[in-house]
Write a protein of this length. Structure first.
Length: 177
């Protein structure tokens, strides 16, 4: 009698477990891949940076307590950068490494036909700049920001308007100027 109860309990556990596993599989199929450009890899100054929820932390040097922190800043723009008819994104990242500097970069997240993203290289904008707008116009990324005059101290508020024009070519962001 005890053997029958144990066998029945095992069968019930297997059926209930199978139901939940099958239900999770069906749910995942209906939802599609959960892919987010804030969880994508980008290349900054030749280094691969993997964002997780828009953030990355790594040691500045092996064994160092100093961290290089990369954060999603925003200023998103949406538009087709690679001519495939699928909207891509351009936005800003910041990077700090323990000093007083906050380095700004523009990157692109190229959307695939499956709905996922792959990240581009980063183009350096400046240290402690004042970002204004990011746009995608006719396949070009236009980043507007303010920086300091040459020779001004970093304590001076950025006041010189700059527009940077970029295109996506050979899987990289490149200047059009």
């Amino acid at each position: 009698m005890q053997k029958i109860l144990i066998t029945t309990a095992v069968v019930i556990v297997i059926l209930v477990g199978g139901f939940f596993a099958f239900n999770a599989y069906i749910y995942q199929q209906k939802q599609g891949p959960v892919v987010d450009y804030k969880n994508t890899t980008y290349r900054i100054e030749g280094e691969v940076v993997q964002l997780t929820n828009g953030r990355s932390e790594s040691e500045a040097t092996p064994g160092s307590a100093t961290k290089v922190v990369t954060d999603y800043f925003g200023n998103e723009a949406k538009g087709d950068l690679n001519g495939d008819g699928i909207p891509d994104l351009a936005f800003l990242l910041t990077q700090t490494s323990g000093g007083s500097g906050t380095f700004y970069y523009v990157v692109a997240a190229i959307q695939t036909a499956e709905g996922g993203y792959y990240g581009s290289n980063a183009i350096f904008l400046g240290d402690r700049i004042s970002p204004q707008t990011t746009e995608i116009r006719e396949g070009q990324v236009v980043v507007n920001y303010a920086e300091r005059n040459p020779g001004e101290p970093m304590s001076t508020e950025p006041s010189v308007g700059v527009s940077l024009y970029l295109k996506f070519s050979n899987n990289e962001l490149v200047s059009t100027e």
